[in-house]
Design a protein around this ligand. Structure first.
Ligand SMILES: [Cu+2]
Length: 423
């Protein structure tokens, strides 16, 4: 966007004016400037982490940057991210009553370019931190702040994901935007009276047209501001705390982060040289060859080199435990299935992450083949990592996998097994 390049001409400076240590979490008030406007943000991070860390911007509610988002920033820092609560209104503009808050918020709600500008300035600040991985930044926002982070996604800011907690969803800018890049998670109270009838559908349509990767989670029995304990507990007022929805939405955000940060890590750093190997043996414990794994971008290249096995087509899977006990290999457990899907590469409710294509053993008892799978990862932090706690194992079955029958594909007994190990 043109306006972004214009901003880069301004000189923004950064001053740390206050610092304190809370165990391993460092928190700092950060002053920054744009033109004549001074802002006051809030930074929190875990001092014990040495490598570059992913960062999460936090955008405040209509009352401005206050204790609530500071508390959230500290929570996020404890999860291993650099948390930076940005200031949209400017230093000292901290409304203390709803009518002033509404006045402030509406300045930006009615001027989306100004809203985008203020958010962009905050984003540029966090990028200046030497310990932030600039390619791995997400943004979350509450109420007014939820609207701001969605606007950042519409402006195609360099964010890998945004999360709106009970934010207003629609934008006058909605129609101009195509191809939103940031992944979007909207966490919303199903009974939030601030969303007019039809606005949810308008937002969905906007996301479709923008070709966005988007999700909306609606929390039943939740109204506006359901994540904030200060909102009281009377839903009839339209804003109230809802403990269940608060916990569930926080969990949803963390799962979203795991996904988006692991994904970006795959493409940036994990691409190179993470490899794994399984040495397989048969029911009598005799070596029958190897299966190797190599992460290449989002996919894993699987290379099979097997000998001394019975001729024919055989089911071939990754199982959920890294344990190969002869003679039946039952110790490997079921198929590796971290996303709780059904079995089968052809199953519309599937597949298991561990579902791999059948292998064909020739008349000499050998099989040399290779293929890609996108269902597993070698990134230890990924939800579908083969290096999960307890490990995983490759298993060759007696019969072919029919690719559809849940949960085993009718592949019958287990002929060979090998624990997957990092090399
Ligand atoms: Cu199996």
């Amino acid at each position: 966007m043109n306006y972004i390049s214009r901003f880069c001409l301004f000189v923004i400076f950064f001053t740390v004016i206050n610092s304190m240590v809370q165990g391993e979490i460092i928190t700092k008030t950060v002053e920054y400037k744009h033109g004549n406007v001074i802002f006051e943000g809030y930074l929190a991070y875990d001092n014990s982490i040495k490598e570059k860390m992913p960062a999460v911007l936090i955008v405040h509610e209509w009352m401005g940057l206050g204790p609530y988002v500071k508390w959230r920033a500290e929570q996020i820092a404890k999860s291993g991210y650099v948390a930076f609560a940005i200031d949209i209104y400017g230093k000292d503009i901290r409304p203390d009553n709803p009518s002033d808050a509404a006045k402030q918020a509406s300045i930006y709600l009615n001027d989306r370019q100004l809203m985008r500008q203020r958010a962009h300035i905050g984003l540029e600040e966090v990028k200046k931190l030497s310990f932030v991985d600039k390619k791995r930044i997400a943004a979350i926002g509450y109420c007014f702040g939820g609207t701001v982070v969605l606007e950042m996604a519409r402006a195609n800011e360099n964010l890998i994901g945004v999360v709106s907690f009970h934010g207003l969803l629609t934008s006058p800018q909605a129609k101009e935007q195509k191809n939103i890049k940031a992944k979007i998670l909207v966490l919303h109270g199903a009974d939030d009276p601030n969303i007019a009838h039809g606005e949810l559908e308008d937002f969905e349509n906007e996301m479709r047209l923008s070709k966005a990767d988007w999700q909306i989670v609606l929390f039943g029995n939740a109204v506006h501001s359901f994540t904030n304990p200060a909102s009281g507990n009377d839903p009839s007022k339209g804003a109230a705390y809802n403990e269940k929805a608060d916990e569930r939405s926080w969990k949803a955000m963390k799962i979203f982060f795991q996904e988006i940060f692991a994904d970006s890590q795959n493409t940036e750093t994990i691409t190179k040289n993470i490899k794994a190997l399984a040495r397989l043996s048969d029911a009598r414990g005799k070596d029958i060859g190897t299966v190797s794994f190599e992460q290449i971008g989002q996919e894993v290249l699987v290379k099979v080199n097997i000998h001394d096995m019975p001729e024919g087509i055989h089911g071939f899977h990754i199982h959920e435990r890294g344990l190969c006990e002869t003679p039946d290999f039952a110790s490997g457990g079921g198929h590796y299935n971290p996303f709780h899907k059904q079995h089968g590469l052809k199953n519309p409710e599937g597949p298991h992450a561990g579902d791999l294509p059948n292998i064909s053993i020739d008349s000499d008892g050998n099989c040399v083949t290779e293929f890609f799978t996108e269902f597993i990862s070698l990134d230890p932090a990924a939800l579908n990592s083969v290096f999960k706690e307890g490990g995983t194992a490759v298993i060759i079955h007696e019969r072919p996998d029919d690719y559809i029958s849940d949960p085993t594909g009718m592949a019958s007994s287990r002929l060979a097994c090998g624990v997957i190990e990092k090399i």
